[in-house]
Design a protein around this ligand. Structure first.
Ligand code: SAM
Length: 284
């Protein structure tokens, strides 16, 4: 058997993390980016979806528009959560957990106060792939970065504690582009566990599938596509739902954040837009 060289080939749900990196690489190349993510191009390229690579033809204009919408949502949510993390560190939080971290490179690209510890939780394959690219790039984190290889459907709280997470200290949790891949009961369990590990004053940034997204993409769920793996969308009243779980939450729409960042969404709303799926929450 020949020794395997280079990173693993992305597959299954974690391939979506490499697709997200491609979008961040394209944004970083803009003259007026909403964030800069220099490692994203290396992750995308290593995964075979670098900015220069060809992408599958979209069957029709409607499909193309849907995917442009997904790319735009990734850009807006990235900036939203960057800002949320900045506010959390300004408020004195020094413990960060990225759930389903994928190719998130915030440990490397955001400014972190001294003594910040950042945990990246994901399954072993994407973390190994990521480590191989980081090594190749000689990337150095700006905080203490700790990876925790565990499936979030299993006993991840024990793995996180074993890795050094201190539940007596406030934590800022990020679940970006993750909950849409978990069935509703798994989302509830995940949030119950996050709540149990959150000292008062902890914060949380979530992205939730917008209402109706599963139906809108139902026809575009080619096997292996990201949309084929989406299984949950936000509840009707996300703020009330999170309040019941012990969080004071605010919900923002992509449209209002996009306008706030000077990147307004020009297409008309496809649905009556209720509360949005970008969540910022503080633990009571
Ligand atoms: C769309 S990617 C988003 C990655 C990252 N949060 C970002 O926004 O760049 C979804 C990530 O969730 C991870 N994920 C999905 N289900 C998971 C599970 N059951 N346990 C651990 N990680 C999971 C995948 O491996 C993948 O890295």
């Amino acid at each position: 058997m020949t020794e395997e060289r280079g990173p693993l080939k992305p597959s299954g749900v974690w391939a979506t993390a490499v697709g997200v990196a491609r979008v961040r690489a394209l944004e970083t190349a803009r003259e007026d980016p909403l964030f800069r993510d220099p490692l994203a191009v290396a992750f995308a390229t290593a995964g075979g979806v670098g900015p220069g690579s060809s992408r599958p033809e979209r069957a029709n204009e409607a499909e193309r528009q849907r995917w442009l919408g997904v790319a735009s949502s990734i850009i807006i949510r990235t900036r939203f959560l960057d800002d949320l993390l900045d506010r959390a560190t300004e408020a004195g939080i020094r413990q960060v957990v990225l759930l389903g971290a994928g190719m998130d490179s915030r440990a490397f690209r955001l400014g972190w106060p001294a003594a910040t510890r950042l945990f990246e939780v994901d399954t072993a394959e994407p973390l190994d792939f990521k480590a191989s690219v980081l090594r190749q790039e000689g990337a150095v984190p700006g905080c203490e970065r700790i990876t925790v290889a565990v499936d979030l459907r299993e006993d991840w709280p024990s793995a996180l504690a074993a890795a050094g997470h201190d539940q007596a200290l406030p934590t800022v949790w990020i679940a970006e582009g993750l909950l849409i891949y978990l069935p509703e009961d798994a989302v509830e369990l995940l949030l119950d566990r996050v709540g149990d590990l959150s000292a008062t004053g902890s914060r949380m940034g979530l992205t939730l599938g917008s209402r109706g997204v599963l139906a809108r993409f139902a026809d575009d769920a080619a096997p292996g596509s990201a949309a084929s793996m989406w299984v949950s969308e936000m509840p009707e009243d996300p703020v009330g739902w999170l309040s019941g779980l012990g969080w004071d939450a605010e919900a923002f729409t992509l449209r209002d954040r996009a306008a706030a960042y000077g990147r307004p969404i020009s297409t008309p709303p496809q649905l009556d837009e209720g509360p949005g799926g970008l969540i910022s929450a503080v633990r009571r």
